[in-house]
Ligand binder design. Structure first.
Ligand code: FRU
Ligand code: MG
Ligand code: CA
Length: 606
């Protein structure tokens, strides 16, 4: 019990309440009586409740007419983020690359890719973004380098200091063909085919968990680890605010020293329709989620914290990328021994565990799973799409765009937006002839490529209804622009009185309210179709999202929504809703059309 003298008011009982916001528990002084100031809330660090926007630079905006997005294009459009209410951007790789995997195959980690611009362009981008109050994160790709990198060339030649920079191994004599050598193990690449490639110059195999042209670094070599720190330091020194860290589950593989001197075969999955060269033929026991890789991540966090201590300024963040089960994902936050890892691991549950088929109970179950497994003090985050997966409205339904963006913005923690989600962009159609994604080209053929292709989520951004959607002034684009750009584009949505973008703006400005940054949450399914999410905080308005994720009209009972005191006012409504901002909700029953989402505002109830 705290002394009421704190606020110079007597005879009012103040209770220490544990409120959960962004997954963090804080002691808050709750007050009774309206004459008191609102409770004192812990100030948040810049990233803990930010809206983070992923730019796919190749497809964002082309400034020079070559049909390829570039840094000057991003600079031209930085105001878009301010208008959208975005706090931080992260750009998929902008470093020198032969573009086999569109920048995830880096040949010079210290330079800007020429199609994207120059170091001066990057410096200008940073300066302008910072002057607009935007943080800028880079994509750090530690698992592999392009086979055109100097590191790899030096390693092929066994140049001193680089002999063990990559994962080199002898093969085995082929009993059926004396002129052939068999790979060291049965490991399968993420893009199909053996993960081992023969190098005739060095007369050894090297490992590539991704494309043949993406050679895996040897993270058991301390020199490699030092170089990774050098790379991060270089970009932080330039002024970057942190990194998204790529493909972490694949950082390390089993050590031959533990397996009688050879790389152990991954166990077979036993799924009969997979061939040995296909992903899924094996279970990645020795090639994914190795416990040793977390030590590397924890060291990077130490580096980031040390950097902040020495240099001052704002927190430099590490956001880690891993598709892994919930236990292995949560370990990126840190471990029970008190070691700290990434500021947050991306939460891909909306991509991997939810879809158009999911009902309201599935949504609540999957959302609460993250919040339940997240360690004490962790900051949650919500990802709805990225450059590796079909776009959000395509995986769900067009009618769900505003409801999904509402969930993203109203759930505790960081809201992550992939470019185009703010206007409800769907997948573009990319024919086999136009397909450029290495994953589709390697794993598919004209009949099956669409099952693997990541191109549909990478088509150019729709700025307006002019030719090429205003993406370029040039004659062509590196991937085709989706046909629906005349209907779905930013300029139109800024003009229309009701649009996905306007909803997005409303939501991002709502996030400034303490209820969303600091409040507690409560969430349930009211039926198979409709869920609610309540955010509440003493002395602040309660905000409630009701969202019909189903395909039929649903009537719910608002007396079952925890912490909601009627009457309520509509604060945000999905574009097809018949309700508009300011409408009063007084009745206990509420009927929602398929996909309809409403954010309701009600008086504080505590
Ligand atoms: C995500 C990803 C892919 C890329 C791969 C290798 O898993 O970023 O886009 O192809 O990692 O860098
Ligand atoms: Mg260009
Ligand atoms: Ca690796």
């Amino acid at each position: 019990m705290k002394s009421a003298k704190l606020f110079g008011v007597t005879a009012i009982v103040m209770v220490g309440l544990a409120l959960i916001a962004g997954g963090v528990t804080w002691a808050v002084l709750a007050t009774r009586g309206s004459t008191l100031p609102p409770p004192e809330l812990k100030p948040l660090d810049w990233w803990e409740h930010c809206v983070l926007y992923q730019i796919y630079p190749r497809s964002f905006k082309d400034s020079d007419g070559d049909g390829i997005g570039d840094l000057q294009g991003i600079i031209q459009e930085l105001e878009h983020f301010v208008e959208a209410g975005v706090d931080a951007i992260w750009m998929s790789p902008i470093f020198t690359s032969p573009m086999v995997d569109f920048g995830y195959d880096i040949s010079d980690f210290y330079n800007i890719h020429d199609e994207y611009g120059t170091m001066e362009d990057f410096e200008q981008l940073l300066e302008k973004a910072h002057s607009l109050g935007l943080k800028v994160l880079l994509d750090f790709v530690p698992n592999h380098a392009s086979t055109e990198s100097q590191y790899f060339k030096d390693s092929v030649q066994r140049k001193a200091g680089f002999e063990d920079y990559f994962m080199w191994a002898d093969g085995f004599p082929d009993p059926n063909n004396a002129s052939n050598t068999l790979p060291p193990s049965n490991w399968v690449s993420q893009f199909g085919g053996s993960a081992w490639e023969w190098n005739s110059e060095r007369q050894q195999f090297y490992l590539h968990q991704f494309a043949v042209e993406q050679a895996d670094f040897n993270f058991r070599n301390p020199d490699v680890q030092k170089e990774m720190i050098n790379i991060m330091k270089f970009w932080l020194d330039k002024g970057a605010d942190g990194f998204r860290v790529d493909a972490l589950p694949y950082l390390m593989e089993a050590d031959p020293a533990d397996h009688g001197g050879r790389y152990p075969d991954d166990p077979l999955s036993g799924i009969s329709h997979f061939q040995p060269h296909q992903l899924g033929y094996t279970i990645p026991l020795y090639t994914k989620d190795l416990i040793e890789l977390y030590d590397v991540v924890y060291e990077w966090r130490e580096f980031a914290d040390r950097y902040l201590e020495e240099r001052g300024g704002d927190t430099r963040v590490l956001f880690s990328e891993a598709y892994a089960n919930v236990t292995m994902t949560m370990l990126y936050y840190g471990n029970e021994q008190g070691e700290t890892g990434a500021h947050l691991p991306f939460n891909f549950d909306f991509i991997t565990d939810l879809s158009a088929e999911s009902n309201a109970r599935d949504f609540v179950y999957i959302i609460l799973r993250w919040l339940t497994y997240m360690p004490y003090g962790g900051v949650a985050n919500w990802v709805f799409g990225n450059h590796d997966n079909n776009r959000m409205p395509t995986r769900f339904r067009d009618s769900m765009v505003d409801g999904l963006n509402s969930l993203n913005m109203l759930l505790p923690g960081v809201a992550v937006t992939y470019q185009g989600e703010e206007i409800g962009m769907r997948d573009g159609y990319v024919s086999w002839e136009d397909t450029v994604d290495v994953e589709a080209c390697n794993r598919g053929d004209p009949d099956t490529y669409h099952l693997y292709s990541r191109d549909p989520a990478r088509t150019p951004f729709h700025w307006d209804n002019s030719s090429h959607a205003g993406f370029t002034i040039g004659p062509s684009t590196w991937l085709p622009v989706a046909d629906d750009y005349t209907e779905i584009n930013l300029a139109k949505q800024m003009e229309d009185p009701i649009s996905h973008f306007k909803v997005y703006q409303e939501l991002s400005s709502l996030r400034k309210e303490k209820t969303l940054s600091h409040g507690a949450y409560d969430m349930r399914a009211l039926s198979d179709h409709t869920l609610y999410l309540t955010r509440y905080l003493s002395s602040h308005d309660t905000l409630v999202l009701v969202f019909n994720v189903g395909e039929i009209t649903d009537t719910i009972r608002l007396d079952r929504v925890a912490h909601l005191q009627l009457p309520a006012t509509v604060s945000v409504s999905s574009i097809h809703s018949s309700r508009r901002k300011g409408d009063q909700i007084t009745g206990e029953q509420l009927t929602l059309s398929p996909g309809e989402a409403l954010v309701l505002r009600a008086a504080p109830n505590s």
